[in-house]
Design a protein around this ligand. Structure first.
Ligand code: NAP
Length: 485
């Protein structure tokens, strides 16, 4: 008895869709994409907060094989990115391969059958020779463990679960957290809220956002001359790669980081507020943020920046370390995501019944961020140590998909050799030790004891080079049952 499909893909975000699109382009029809939600889009389906957008320019933050001459601006907003994804899916008629409302709750390698048995919520089972996971690294919203959090009497929600039914106009709003998500919606919410109280645990390095709309003439040129559009994409890519060197200026003292400090100086006149907003850790340790409207929002009369730690919450609001109660009507958590497990709660079982949770008891790691020893033909897209701080994840995903397609072409279940994976990760961690992420800050890139689980240490091109050619010698071929005579 064979498997239902050659390939099962978990997730219909940018990565899972890329895998499906490339399989389809090769003429493969035996694949299914299992998506927990009722529509495609992944992070761009979820993050609908006001001001949501991408801080990588759109001509690069898009598939290389599906350029879009109609990007409205350099940095497009969430609705435009989601519309782009919808358009690509429709153009390639990919929906027929997607099973919506099908959350994967577990997957086990069936040794007798030589395939993956994948369980979906509601009791369904799908079998597939290969299992490609495209979870994303930022899709499990994290709420802070604040005493009394659930006692708060008003509406409260996470930035990735934005509650559009709550009208914030005229309300007293508390925002907890000031990362990439918060800095996008705080200026929008501040415009209509009665008051906005922003609780900041640590300030961020923020640089100007050099955005502008594309003119009709530019869009017409991109349509007429795809090479001109390709040139823009290449220029953005090369600039981002070059900027990595600047971001590695993690060893420079703070006062030698002129651009973000000048930006702060230009936008915030009050020295006390400026001091609160000045980071005391190396630039690049956390993600460098880009915004033109965050600092000005903090200078509005209806906005207060609170830097005292939060000690507890009450039905009325948030209490800080000085004992002051900040009475509010609504609390918005912009406190980020659970980024360390990669697999979330999904139970994955490989060879010999060993669970992924066990294999990863000392922290998630993979070979090339893609393959884990003991888990045959399980390939991860945007897996451990494949995140970037400086360039487009879609570029990384495309490189990974190319590699996976080569691996699948082997036509045999492959498990990466344990010693290959170990050597790879020893080297990786050594390289990571010399990056700014290893600095003194806390970030979603690393564990409490400082191990960096999410980021790739080098340029995006160096990663693409590393995965350009599938290397069969790194893998064992897993025994499968002899076909019946
Ligand atoms: P984040 O960067 O992890 O920020 C979480 C924020 O919440 C931080 O300010 C953090 O403070 C604070 N926080 C967490 N736990 C807290 C607690 N218990 N008490 C008080 N404060 C707490 O999350 P995010 O803003 O959602 O962004 C996550 C990532 O998503 C980004 O780095 C980026 O990769 C991606 N993203 C990109 C864009 C874009 O392209 N423009 C937009 C949104 C998100 P500390 O800094 O002190 O830990």
């Amino acid at each position: 008895m064979g498997a239902d499909h050659k390939v099962a893909i978990l997730g219909a975000g940018f990565a899972g869709l890329c895998m499906g699109l490339r399989l389809k382009a090769q003429g493969e029809t035996s694949f299914v994409i299992l998506e927990k939600a009722e529509r495609v889009g992944g992070t761009w389906r979820e993050n609908i907060y006001p001001g949501s957008g991408c801080d990588i320019p759109s001509h690069l933050y898009s598939y290389s094989f599906e350029p879009n001459p109609d990007w409205p601006e350099i940095y497009s907003a969430q609705p435009d990115i989601l519309a782009y994804i919808d358009g690509v899916v429709e153009k390639h008629n990919l929906s027929s391969h997607i099973r919506f409302n099908s959350e994967v709750v577990g997957a086990a390698w069936d040794e007798a059958g030589g395939f993956w048995r994948i369980a979906t919520a509601g009791g369904g089972t799908v079998t597939a020779e290969s299992f490609i996971t495209a979870w994303g690294q930022l899709n499990r919203p994290k709420l802070p463990p604040i005493e009394g959090r659930d006692d708060f009497a008003g509406p409260a929600f996470h930035s990735a679960h934005w509650d559009e039914s709550v009208d914030l106009a005229g309300k007293r709003v508390a925002v907890i957290g000031n990362g990439a998500s918060a800095i996008q919606f705080v200026p929008q919410v501040a415009k209509t809220a009665g008051t906005l109280t922003l609780f900041q645990r640590s300030p961020n390095w923020i640089v100007p956002r050099m955005n502008r709309p594309y003119t009709e003439a530019e869009k017409a040129q991109f349509k007429a001359q795809p090479a001109a559009m390709e040139k823009v994409r290449t220029e953005i890519f090369e600039m981002a790669e070059a900027r990595l060197a600047a971001k590695r200026a993690g060893t420079l003292p703070v006062e030698e980081v002129p651009i973000p400090l000048a930006h702060l100086h230009n936008q915030v006149a009050d020295p006390a507020l400026r001091a609160k907003l000045t980071p005391d850790y190396e630039i690049g340790c956390k993600r460098v943020l880009i915004s033109n409207d965050f600092y000005p929002a903090l200078t509005r009369p209806n906005v207060e920046l609170v830097t005292e730690a939060i000690t507890r919450m009450t039905p009325q609001g948030v209490v800080d370390a000085t004992g002051r109660l900040h009475e509010v009507d609504v609390v918005i958590y912009a406190t980020g995501f659970e980024t360390k497990s990669f697999a979330g709660e999904t139970a994955i079982t490989g060879l010999g019944g060993v669970s992924l949770a066990h294999a990863w008891r000392d922290g998630p790691e993979a070979y090339l961020g893609l393959a884990v020893s003991g888990f045959p033909n399980l390939f991860m897209l945007y897996g451990p140590n494949t995140n970037l701080g400086h360039n487009s994840i879609i570029y990384m995903i495309e490189a990974q998909v190319d590699y996976v397609l080569q691996a699948l072409a082997a036509g045999r279940p492959l498990s990466v050799k344990a010693e290959v994976m170990e050597r790879y990760n020893d080297d990786l961690q050594q390289r990571l030790a010399n990056t700014p992420w290893a600095g003194t800050c806390t970030s979603w890139y690393k564990t409490a004891d400082g191990k960096i689980l999410n980021n790739w240490p080098d340029t995006a091109r160096a990663y693409a080079d590393a995965v350009a050619v599938f290397d069969p010698a790194a893998y064992d071929v897993v025994k499968t049952p002899e076909p019946a005579e």
